[in-house]
Design a protein around this ligand. Structure first.
Ligand code: FES
Ligand SMILES: [Fe+2]
Length: 312
């Protein structure tokens, strides 16, 4: 796999056992649940390569026995013994499990998640498999020129991206028709000025594999956030996990699940609109970019800082 950085590697609800194994590109990660804590390690047994997440047994909080020859493997190097697997930095928030791959800085993601948990309720969403590299999924938020043809919007305004504290940030404002929100447009795309709404997006990429996008439907001052991550699989697909954070209605009053479901459904529909283009992309051709692709090129440039190139 090409890039490291933050990935959402699982939803907590997917972790039914005390130990499980999840693929991330050419790595396999071991997720261990123990006494309400979740930790992530390399899943490959250093003895001869068995997957510790498939049949491994947690015998102490930091020791797992391998399902193949029964060697004791130390989790994260504590506990001694000849075998040990590396530990990854994790963030577990509101049912979402993030891991940082490649030894990069944690950066601003933990702070952003703090903010969202304080002011919003995070609703874990859905998983989708699409045959596309993960960085293309994340790039989508910055490829403003694709919105009108693919997502049926009539107008896009966009800002110059910035990189602050390692976060790639760009604003895009869409003018969205009723068909997207209410299913009532007759296909004429007639903008009578009343039913079309402005939707300012403020997208932040924390890595080539994770964006958190602030969405203010109608320009309101109670935006919701979409948390989207894409994890590469060896077969060329990506596992996309998408969740939403809805603003609290008042101090201590959670927004209803139904509201989150509407947004999740809308986001799912958006990905299905991208799917036919993504799944048939010629990834080996040489692009001939235009001036409209400037934000994409800047995002691509940002991705370079996450190249793994043999990094742990
Ligand atoms: S492969 Fe793990 S003990 Fe042999
Ligand atoms: Fe898209």
């Amino acid at each position: 796999m090409r890039y490291g950085g933050w990935y959402q590697i699982a939803f907590e609800r997917e972790l039914e056992q005390a130990v499980s194994s999840v693929p991330v590109g050419d790595r396999r990660l071991l997720i261990v649940r123990h006494q309400g804590e979740i930790n992530v390690y390399d899943a490959i047994c250093p003895h001869r390569g068995a997957d510790l997440g498939i049949g491994g047994k947690l015998v102490e909080s930091n020791i797992i026995t391998c399902p193949y020859h029964g060697h004791r493997v130390s989790l994260g190097g504590e506990g001694g013994g000849p075998y040990c697997v590396r530990k990854y930095p994790v963030q577990v928030r509101s049912g979402l499990v993030f891991a940082l791959i490649g030894g990069f800085e944690e950066g601003k993601l933990p702070e952003m998640l703090d903010y969202l948990e304080r002011t919003h309720k995070i609703f874990p969403g859905f998983t989708k498999t699409i045959k596309v590299p993960p960085e293309m999924v994340i790039e989508n938020a910055f490829d403003w020129a694709h919105f009108p043809p693919v997502h049926d919007v009539i107008k896009v305004e966009y800002g110059e991206p910035t990189i602050e504290d390692g976060v790639f940030t760009a604003t895009t404002t869409l003018r969205v028709g009723p068909s997207m929100w209410q299913g009532t447009d007759d296909g004429s795309h007639h903008d009578d000025g009343s039913t079309w709404v402005e939707v300012p997006l403020l997208a932040r990429a924390y890595s080539p594999n994770l964006t958190i996008t602030q969405v203010a439907v109608g320009g309101g001052d109670h935006p919701h956030f979409v948390i989207a991550s894409a994890v590469p699989m060896l077969d060329g697909t990506s596992t996309i996990r998408l969740s939403v954070a809805m603003p609290r209605l008042a101090e201590g009053i959670d927004p209803p699940q139904e509201l989150a479901d509407i947004i999740l459904q809308f986001e799912s529909m958006g990905l299905e609109q991208d799917r036919p283009v993504w799944e048939n992309l010629a990834l080996d051709m040489t692009p001939q970019y235009t001036a409209d692709d400037e934000n994409v090129l800047k995002y691509r440039n940002f991705c370079e800082r996450f190249i793994l190139n043999g990094r742990a």
